[in-house]
Design a protein around this ligand. Sequence first.
Ligand code: BGC
Length: 266
Amino acid sequence: MTTMSVDQGMVQVPEQMASTLALGIDIGGTGIKGALVDVAAGALVGERRYIPTPQPPTPAAIAEAVREMRDLVGAPHGTPVGVAFPAIVRHGVVRNATNIDASWIGTNAAELFSEALGCPVAVLNDADAAGLAEMALGAGRDAAGVTLVVTLGTGIGSALFLDGRLLPNTEFGHLSINGIDCCPWASAAARVREGLSWAQWISRLQDYLGFAEFLMWPDLIIIGGGISHDAEQFLPLLQLDAPVVRAVLENDAGVIGAACEALEVV
Ligand code: BGC
């Protein structure tokens, strides 16, 4: 059994675990989640913490929230840090801003967070992070061929894998049907925002996933995001060629994927 203690707000971990430990932070449109992760075990160490996303979600406000999260989690000094971010992140630089403040575009998030925390930080797209976690430890474990991970939340995120290897920043959530961007149209948030019935929303999701499948011909589709809790409401009704399964890491996927990336990159 793993033993841990808390000393002056900092989690103390056994030495043999320290080398596989990373802090994962997942920034969402409404909330920020964070936890220490034992990447080797694929498990959170201690509680997952939550703080609301500051409004407006500017670079300075989010950098401050990331620092607050590090302190809240009590990550031991020197723990690698990974951040999952809800936008395209190429070599640390944010390239679009659908669910985050427009002032992020062109911001080097990796540098910003590294300065805020005083240590190197790996930053990647949130859906890529969730996908990496599912492929390593969840529903995509051992999946060969093409796997498409779709996260349904405030927006739609995508992560595409070939034999477990990620093609980053695919942004297939923004496929457009009849000139309509699917991201705000078929996301989980759209169902709530527009007061759609399950049937109405499932019909949009079917159109979206059907189109995505037609373009990519994945061997497996994994549905993640908060709505995967309610997977039994919609998964059995989808008519797709590939098997569609729910993500198993649910709300922890982004945090775990960010931690995996931190150990890999930092
Ligand atoms: C963004 C993606 C992100 C997704 C989920 C989309 O609006 O463009 O980068 O992965 O939302 O947060």
